[in-house]
Design a protein around this ligand. Structure first.
Ligand code: PLP
Length: 385
């Protein structure tokens, strides 16, 4: 069911990931997969185009999209969502911005770091400060330090941007951990924006717990979700903000059009098809990514034994600690530059996600086993491992 794109197909299909690199470079950077789009999605898109559905999408919460997401959340996470609490937005990053703008007090936002890089600027563009909750790069396990969260909220922060599952930590937060976060947030009357774009990409061994499914979460949190990451349709532009109660939904719906528009009709079609008919393809994808994760572990053990990597519980984005290979100390060292120049592999630099951190990269493993093998061989050769 998962069909690997050839290099030529990938260059035509993935015009950012493959299109901006030289022909001898293997791209393993931006979060897109080198797999053909699921037939259920492309069939729905072809049908929509044939029917001429190139006009505006419906506005407001609920509708077919709300029903489709609610069905998905119940089947996959056992979470009952009111379809009328599901609002379209253009993408997840815009959804986070909208929620912050419309729902949060004008006060600092707490950001666990490393973080998805474009979201590092969200607080500032909504006129807020970003207060980082930094994970120690030497910690074996990435966790949100609840004491520190408590202090930041006590000092005046009013929103936590939670990413779960986390990119680039690769972590899935457990129920007890999420309840701990909820207890600290509610003690300060603060808000949570839970970016759950990677929820469909939880790998075997772990389970996703939607933040909104926790008791007591509905009145202070929204989730921002999408099918786009798991189904490779980011360019179609449709994500969803899920409210926990009517009052939150009403505030989001009342936002001026100029603050929330631009999601696309074809994005809605793709999301409805993925949520409604995409389960078998997604199950096959997770199996493939599970095998890629195992393969990566084997390849690192053999060819890059000094590389550090925390367990990848979700996503196809591995966070690699390459500090042991730094030629003259890791501070300020950007392995991504070396890998591109000497290895002809493009990965994402770690300092994009954790400003100031040297020696780390994010590696996208959603490709064929052959390419992943070649990527690790090239990285090892470039680093003289
Ligand atoms: C945590 C996280 N949020 C949001 C996004 C981007 O989503 P969108 O393109 O819908 O803004 C990504 C992309 O990989 C991501 O990792």
């Amino acid at each position: 069911m998962i069909r690997d794109l050839t290099d030529a197909e990938a260059r035509r299909a993935l015009i950012l990931k493959w299109g901006v690199v030289d022909p001898d470079v293997i791209p393993a950077w931006v979060a897109e997969m080198d797999y053909a789009t699921a037939d259920v999605v492309t069939d729905a898109l072809h049908a929509a185009i044939d029917a001429g559905q190139t006009g505006y999408p419906p506005v407001g919460a609920g509708g077919e999209l709300g029903e489709a997401y609610a069905g998905w959340a119940l089947r996959h996470f056992g979470h009952r969502v009111d379809p009328d609490h599901v609002m379209p937005v253009v993408d997840v990053t815009a959804g986070v911005r909208l929620a912050l703008d419309v729902l949060s007090d004008p006060a600092p936002m707490v950001m666990p770091v490393p973080a998805y890089s474009p979201q590092l600027e969200i607080a500032q563009i909504t006129g807020r400060e970003r207060w980082d909750l930094v994970v120690d790069p030497d910690a074996d396990h990435c966790v949100i330090d609840l004491d520190r969260l408590d202090r930041l909220l006590a000092d005046g922060a009013r929103t936590l941007l939670l990413t779960q599952p986390h990119n680039p930590w690769g972590r899935v937060f457990g129920r007890a951990e999420l309840e701990g976060i909820r207890d600290v947030v509610t003690a300060h009357g603060a808000r949570v924006i839970s970016d759950e774009i990677h929820a469909p990409l939880v790998l075997p061994g772990r389970e996703h717990v939607p933040y909104l499914s926790l008791p007591g979460a509905a009145d202070h949190a929204v989730a921002v979700v999408a099918s786009s990451k798991a189904f490779n349709t980011a360019g179609l532009k449709c994500a969803q903000v899920v409210a926990g109660d009517d009052a939150t939904r009403d505030r989001l719906v009342a936002a001026p059009m100029a603050r929330n528009d631009s999601w696309s009709s074809l994005g809605v079609v793709a999301a409805v098809a993925a949520y409604t008919h995409g389960d078998p393809w997604l199950a096959a994808l997770r199996e493939r990514l599970d095998r890629q994760r195992t393969l990566l572990g084997e390849l690192l053990a053999t060819h890059l034994p000094e590389a550090g990597m925390r367990p990848l519980e979700a996503t196809y984005l591995a966070w690699l600690d390459l500090r042991a290979y730094a030629p003259t100390g890791p501070a300020g060292w950007d392995p991504a530059e070396v890998l591109l120049e000497k290895g002809r592999v493009r990965v994402a630099p770690g300092h994009d996600y954790h400003p100031g951190l040297g020696g780390h990269v994010r590696l996208n493993i959603a490709t064929s086993p052959e390419r992943l093998t070649e990527i690790v061989h090239r990285i090892a050769a470039a680093l003289g491992a």
